[in-house]
Design a protein around this ligand. Structure first.
Ligand code: URA
Length: 441
């Protein structure tokens, strides 16, 4: 195999057969294909896409690059959920303990920030002591004892994805349908799941902003899961504005705790409940949707989901006192208000610049291995449709120094459009995609 010839063929819009895909990626794992050759190949895929045979072969080689988790000793249904990535999306922190409270086992392998989107692991690591590098044995035992665990991809799970994930983040090749689908599904299919819920984001803050592409991504991943015996459903959720009010690692963890305690912003609660109910229905399709929703609402309102979260935090080495005393979470050195430059109606809060803004403030990575500042970010005080007066606060900027705070303030002012008329917003949860087809909600 001559790597450059396969790269050329892909670049020119040709296709590779199953053996060529396997051979190319296996050679990468053996260091016979270099990072620069793989980067060129990924860029060719970004522009040319992949056909079904290429995608199946890629998922297979990614899965086979590692092992799978064995949960056969646990009788309960094992159900995970995974988001394609958004801004302010802290749902995983809430939905994992909530679904466990509904009787599911939730073995969640999550990721770090990717591009302008935040990562569940970075948010959890804001909790002092919290370990996201559980060994496979510890992961399996926490899921058994507590009902849920959230950890990073262990070295045994789809190691090829781990390497490609970092490379894609550094080479502008994240927003590609086959690369996203294979990355997510290779990890999830290795988790030993009964069922999987996918949260496919759509709108400016998503990797694939257009509804048509998001639906295609959802259909592709559902088909990949079902073909391998994992019941899979996707919900399309809005990312044309941030989810919730808090953006940035510790700030989001704090908001997730509010939601677990029955409070928090209404959009976060709604998306979380919809996802928890969908996970329960995937585990047992005979359950009654209304009754399951009431149980989930009660678990948030009576503190059981929060207790479950605290048990998971303790089992993963974290300071469980944060659930009662969120002030123990790290804070930024400087907090300032950002004032509205004019009066009018907020017609848009653009998630993508705010996501990159968090990276600018040090809350995300510019290069592989960078440390993140857990305390920095934004707390929005306005949402689309709100009326504001000149000088009223649009939000808070949490930054490491005064200079960064000023930068954050200008990013926030740019991200919020003040005009006239009502904003055009996507439905918060717009479609369900399952093996039965696409349902508009
Ligand atoms: N999440 C993943 O795990 N991989 C992607 O490519 C995008 C989101």
């Amino acid at each position: 195999m001559i790597p450059a010839r396969l790269i050329e063929r892909k670049r020119e819009g040709g296709s590779l057969d199953r053996e060529e895909i396997r051979g190319f990626f296996a050679a990468y794992l053996r260091a016979e294909v270099t990072d620069y050759q793989m980067s060129a190949f990924l860029m060719a895929v970004f522009f040319r896409g992949m056909n079904q045979e290429e995608l199946d072969a890629l998922v297979a080689v990614m899965l086979e690059s590692g092992g799978t988790v064995d949960f056969s000793h646990l009788p309960e249904p094992k159900v995970d959920k995974h988001s394609t990535g958004g801004v302010g999306d802290k749902v995983s922190l809430v939905v994992a303990p909530l679904a466990a409270e509904l009787g599911l086992r939730v073995p969640m392998m999550a990721g770090r920030g990717l591009g302008h989107t935040g990562g569940t692991l970075d948010k959890l690591e804001a909790i002092p002591g919290f370990r996201t590098d559980l060994s496979m044995e510890r992961f399996v035992s926490v899921v058994g004892e507590v009902g849920c665990a959230i950890t990073g991809q262990t070295a045994e799970i789809a190691p090829l994805d781990r390497r490609l994930y970092d490379l894609r983040n550094a080479t502008g090749t994240v927003p590609s349908l086959p690369l996203i689908a294979s990355s997510i599904m290779s990890k999830k299919l290795a988790e030993g799941l009964t069922a999987l819920l996918l949260d496919v984001k759509v709108g400016d803050g998503a990797f694939l902003p257009q509804e048509k592409e998001a639906l295609e991504l959802a259909r592709t991943m559902v088909a990949l899961g079902e073909a391998r015996g994992v019941r899979t459903t996707a919900l399309l959720t809005a990312m044309d504005r941030p989810l919730g009010r808090a953006l940035g690692n510790a700030l989001e963890t704090r908001e997730a705790i509010d939601c677990l305690a029955g409070g928090g912003p209404a959009d976060l609660r709604r998306v979380t409940l919809d996802q928890a109910v969908e996970m329960a229905l995937l585990a047992d399709p005979r359950s009654d949707r209304g009754a399951t929703r009431s149980r989930a609402e009660r678990a948030l309102d009576d503190g059981r989901a929060l207790e479950h979260f605290a048990r998971m935090v303790a089992a993963q080495g974290g300071d469980a006192e944060v659930v009662e005393h969120p002030d123990r979470l790290p804070r930024a050195e400087v907090v300032i208000d950002c004032a509205a430059p004019s009066a009018g109606v907020v017609t848009r809060v653009s998630p993508r610049p705010l996501g990159w803004g968090i990276v600018e403030l040090g809350g995300g990575r510019r290069a592989v291995g960078d440390r993140v500042h857990p305390g920095v970010g934004f707390v929005l005080m306005v949402a689309p449709g709100d009326r504001v007066e000149t000088g009223a606060p649009l939000g808070q900027v949490h930054a490491a120094c005064a200079e960064d705070a000023e930068l954050g303030s200008s990013i926030l002012r740019e991200a919020v459009t003040i005009g006239a008329g009502q904003p055009q917003l996507r439905r918060l949860v717009s479609h369900r995609v399952s093996r039965d087809g696409v349902e508009a909600l």
